[in-house]
Each structure stands twice: as structure tokens, then as C-alpha cells.
Design a binder for this molecule. Structure first.
Ligand SMILES: NC(=O)c1ccc[n+]([C@@H]2O[C@H](COP(=O)([O-])OP(=O)(O)OC[C@H]3O[C@@H](n4cnc5c(N)ncnc54)[C@H](OP(=O)(O)O)[C@@H]3O)[C@@H](O)[C@H]2O)c1
Length: 275
């Protein structure tokens, strides 16, 4: 149970609650006794959620963030969950897609932080939760722009944590591994013929993951995030799920060359098969 703030129930706001992890997190936090403000681009998508308020919020729009912040009231726990992804080798990544990804994944959380931090600072308490990924700390082929955006989100979070701890505000980065929301399978993909072998290798890997059911469900991911929020002694970065913790630990043990050999190996092998 998350500690109360002195004046009643804790109140959380979750972005991107229309589906996936955000939707599951609204239910999980409400089940733990928090008041939850659920937000999504389309309010209709929030029907049926156990929320005290359902608000329209597009994290890429200054006006939308201002309107939602005005309507939300006090927020003790801000969860920046909304995010987008595209799959592409760096060379094929459309610049417009990269900008859109940074807008949603990095500047969006910044907009929300700017909107809700003053209130937290005045009250001398609050928690900012930024939903990142293993890709926020570790690089893989075909995920460069998304990983770059999550690395940027983690740098922003680490800086913020140093700046606001003295105001009694906690910053938490949850690093998700695979979660079966379909996000990566549904993402836009950009592959020129030079990278078709990697595209196939990635599709095989997704199929293998699905068949082995190694990904967390959205509900399991939501429980992990809620546990991390509730544990006020948790460090800044909290991997969620065994695969996330395992990959981050493996990366920490290897230097850049050894890591590239490990994760890039499948790509080189596939290239040889195709050639
Ligand atoms: N699934 C995974 O394996 C995985 C792994 C690592 C990290 N993550 C992270 O976990 C978070 C949630 O992912 P998910 O798997 O639940 O993805 P998802 O099922 O695709 O849901 C993404 C959510 O973000 C919302 N969203 C996108 N752009 C938005 C915008 N401009 N304003 C407001 N909301 C917006 C979507 O709303 P609409 O319905 O309006 O599109 C949707 O609610 C993301 O930050 C993602 O990077 C996921």
C-alpha cells in the first residue's frame, strides 16, 4: 500500500491509459487504494476504468497538457507511460518518425513534469515515474531511435532526481523488458533491402518470444510498476521482469565489443546465410 500524503488518499495520473500497460496500471493502482486520474488521447478509450477522472491528454500537445493539468487537481504520483515506437535500422529511420518519437517519449514527459512539479514542490512530496525500457540503458540492433529516446528519458530522469530530491520528490525509472501488449509487433517498420535479413531475424525472434510466452502480461508489468512505486527505498532505475534485470546485468558485465558480439552476432550470422 502506498503511504498517504497526510491529507487523505494518494492521487495518481497515468498517461496513455487507453490500452496496454497504462490501462492495466490504472486498475492496479486503483486496486491498491489510490485515486487514479486516467488519461488518453481519446476519452472514449478510458471507458470502464476504475478512475476518479478520465481526461483527454495528448502528451505531444502543449495545449492538451495544460488543459489536463488544469482539470486533474492535485497529483501525487505522475506516471509518464505513454510511448511510441518504430522498428528500423538507423539508416532507414525516417527523420519525421524519430522526431515524433522524441516528442512523445521525451518531451511529452517533460511537459507533464513541468505541469505537475510545482504542486509537488509546494507540498514537499510527490513521485514522478517515467516508463522506460531495457533499451533505455542497453542498445540492440533495429531499435536505435526508440532506444535513443528512452536513453534520453533516463538522462532527463536522473538529472531531475538530483534536482528535486531536496524538495521531497522522488523520481523512478521503470525499465520494462518484453510485455505482451503487441506494441512492437504493431509498430511501423522501415526496412530497405540491405536490412531485409535483419527484419526477418527480428520477426523470427518475436515469433519465438510469443511461442515461449516469455513476455510479461500488461497486468504483471503493472504490478511490478506499482510495487516499485510503493517501495520508497527503491533505487532510481528499477528493471521490471526477469528478462529486463538479466539483460541489464549481462550488459554491465560486458565491454562494448563483447556486447556487440553477443547481440550483433545473430545479425552477422543471418547476413552470411542470405549472402
Ligand atoms: N510492451 C513492451 O514490450 C514495452 C517494453 C519496454 C517499454 N515499454 C514502454 O511501456 C509504455 C507502454 O507501452 P505499451 O506496451 O502499453 O504500448 P501500447 O499498448 O502501444 O500503448 C501505448 C499507449 O501510449 C499512448 N500514446 C501514444 N502516443 C500518445 C500521445 N501522443 N499522447 C498520449 N498517449 C499516447 C497510446 O494511446 P492511443 O491508444 O491513443 O494510441 C497507448 O495508450 C511505453 O512507454 C513503452 O515504450 C513497453
Amino acid at each position: 500500500m502506498i503511504a498517504e500524503n497526510g491529507d487523505g488518499m494518494q492521487r495518481a495520473l497515468v498517461t496513455g491509459a487507453s490500452r496496454g500497460i497504462g490501462r492495466a496500471l490504472v486498475a492496479e493502482l486503483a486496486g491498491r487504494g489510490l485515486e487514479v486520474v486516467a488519461t488518453a488521447r481519446r476519452v472514449d478509450d478510458l471507458a470502464g476504468l476504475p478512475a476518479v477522472a478520465r481526461l483527454a491528454l495528448d502528451v505531444t500537445s502543449d495545449a492538451s497538457v495544460a488543459a489536463a493539468a488544469g482539470a486533474a487537481g492535485r497529483v501525487d504520483v505522475l506516471v509518464n507511460n505513454a510511448g511510441v515506437s518504430v522498428g528500423a535500422p538507423v539508416e532507414d529511420t525516417p527523420v519525421g518518425e524519430a522526431l515524433a518519437m522524441f516528442d512523445a517519449n521525451v518531451v511529452g514527459p517533460l511537459r507533464l513534469i513541468k505541469a505537475f512539479l510545482p504542486g509537488m514542490r509546494q507540498r514537499g512530496s510527490g513521485t514522478v515515474v517515467n516508463v522506460s525500457s531495457v533499451g533505455g540503458q542497453v542498445a540492440f540492433p533495429l531499435n536505435g531511435a526508440n532506444a535513443a529516446s528512452k536513453h534520453a528519458l533516463e538522462a532527463l530522469s536522473e538529472t531531475l532526481a538530483m534536482e528535486v530530491r531536496r524538495f521531497g520528490i522522488r523520481v523512478l525509472v521503470v525499465q520494462l523488458g518484453g510485455v505482451a501488449t503487441g506494441m512492437y509487433e504493431k509498430q511501423e517498420r522501415y526496412f530497405s533491402p540491405a536490412y531485409a535479413d535483419l527484419d526477418r531475424a527480428q520477426q523470427d525472434a518475436y515469433q519465438d518470444h510469443r511461442a515461449r510466452q516469455v513476455d510479461l502480461t500488461a497486468e504483471q508489468a503493472a504490478r511490478g510498476i506499482a510495487d516499485a512505486i510503493a517501495d520508497t527505498s527503491s533505487p532510481l532505475r528499477v528493471p521490471i521482469g526477469d528478462d529486463a534485470a538479466g539483460i541489464i546485468a549481462a550488459r554491465a558485465r560486458l565491454d562494448d565489443t563483447a556486447w556487440a558480439a553477443r547481440v550483433g552476432g545473430f545479425a552477422q550470422q543471418k547476413s552470411k546465410e542470405v549472402r
